[in-house]
Design a protein around this ligand. Structure first.
Ligand code: AMP
Length: 400
């Protein structure tokens, strides 16, 4: 990889500032799902095993006023981390000042410290000043002064330039990717920049407007782009087909026409749909080919589309998937997403990548995740990466 990684660093005795993604769901101080903490363990353990002193920074939720702070303290996260690592973790309930500096200076090799939520810095003296989210240059410089080296393992915020990622990195002699970040760069970055062909993209989800950047970028890189999900029916409308009550973005129909003209047979659309009378799992539903009849809405792709997509995918060497094929949250409309996911699991010669957000939720809910090569941890970040944008959090990591 062209970027420096944690394995390139000399860590023994070093104060290692680590930007991790501990942005876990939390309610009344109770963590709902600790996947993100678990995912960060590998890099933390590597750093401490090598004799580094790990100083962890993360944001948690959004802080816009002083009263938001107590519910979004990092304390329960530090406690959970301590349980998971099976060793003490020092929690410092502040983001700057002598209490933090003394605690850092008191660390021994292999110790772990978690500082308070970086977004506490977004509200100072009751004012919403966005020091962290606005990448206040003084804040990045101050945090950088607390460590010797910087490891960024928070892919989920890589599409944002904040003080705790870009700010620290730009004030450090060495900024390296942690293992999670390295994996994202390796799989998503490589797929977009340098894919092994045939390269097939599958794009689903609700709206064309959310995915337009990804569609355009991947049309220029992929051999085929499969479109499914709610987006389909804006493309149907653009072709003069009837769409009943299906999801449509009327103001994007012209754009869909332009994409269809430009893409030619590179773009593959569903040829049949599961249609229902209402947006409801128990609504009367049936399979139709082509046009969607009056009084029905299309909520999933049909079996002929699944077969068509499998045929397009069968020889692929790289597959990127973003967005479900239907309303997978309802069992009667989950089949298209499930069958596409299961088929990807059988493509053992291919690199299969799921690009975050709802698609990650879908593969996990459907239980096909462990058969795919890479499931991105970032929602917005993976979408922007797939759009071919430069992510500031990655750009600020040092080159080898
Ligand atoms: P996105 O966040 O853009 O990936 O969209 C995911 C959402 O799109 C999920 O909540 C799905 O239920 C929804 N979705 C997928 N297909 C359809 C469809 N045919 N009609 C309405 N919503 C859909």
């Amino acid at each position: 990889m062209a970027k420096l990684t944690v394995e390139d660093l000399d860590l023994e005795g070093k104060k290692v500032l680590m930007r991790v993604d501990f942005n876990v769901p939390i309610k009344d101080g109770v963590i709902g799902n600790d996947n993100r903490i678990v995912a960060a363990l590998k890099t933390i353990q590597y750093v401490t095993d090598k004799g580094g002193r790990a100083i962890l920074l993360s944001h948690l939720g959004r802080i816009k006023k002083e009263e938001d702070k107590p519910a979004l303290s990092m304390r329960p996260v530090a406690e959970r981390l301590s349980n998971l690592l099976n060793k003490p973790v020092t929690f410092v309930p502040t983001t700057e000042g002598t209490q933090l500096e003394d605690a850092i200076n008191g660390l021994n090799n292999g110790d772990v410290l978690v500082m308070e939520n970086t977004r506490y810095e977004d509200v100072v003296n009751g004012e919403y000043v966005k020091r962290e989210s606005g990448n206040d240059p003084e804040l990045g410089k101050y945090w950088a002064s607390l460590g010797d080296v910087f490891v960024n393992d928070a892919f989920g915020t890589a599409h944002r330039a904040h003080a705790s990622n870009v700010g620290i990195a730009s004030n450090m002699p060495q900024a390296a990717a942690g293992f999670l970040m390295e994996k994202e760069i390796k799989f998503i970055g490589e797929a977009v920049d340098n894919p092994v062909h045939p390269f097939v993209a599958i794009l689903g989800g609700a709206k064309v407007s959310d995915k337009i950047g990804v569609i355009n970028n991947l049309l220029s890189k992929a051999d085929k782009v499969i479109v499914g999900g709610g987006m389909t029916y804006t493309f149907y409308a653009a072709q003069g087909m009837t769409i009943g009550n299906s999801l449509v973005e009327v103001d994007k129909i012209d754009l869909a026409k332009e994409i269809l003209d430009k893409a030619g047979d590179k773009l593959v659309l569903p040829i049949d749909s599961v249609v229902a009378k209402e947006f409801n799992n128990d609504a009367e539903h049936k399979i139709v080919e082509g046009n969607i009849p009056d009084g029905y809405m299309a909520l999933d792709i049909g079996p002929k589309s699944v077969d068509l997509f499998k045929d397009v995918l069968k020889d692929a060497k790289t597959v990127v998937w973003n967005g479900p094929m239907g309303v997978f949250e309802m069992s009667n409309y989950a089949k298209g997403t499930l069958e596409v996911g299961e088929f990807l699991g059988t493509l053992t010669d291919a690199t299969t990548i799921v690009g975050g957000g709802d698609s990650t939720a879908a593969v996990q809910q459907l239980g096909v995740g462990d058969r795919l090569t890479h499931i991105s941890t970032g929602g917005g970040a993976s979408l922007e990466y797939l759009e071919g944008k430069t992510l500031p959090g990655i750009a600020s990591i040092s080159d080898k």
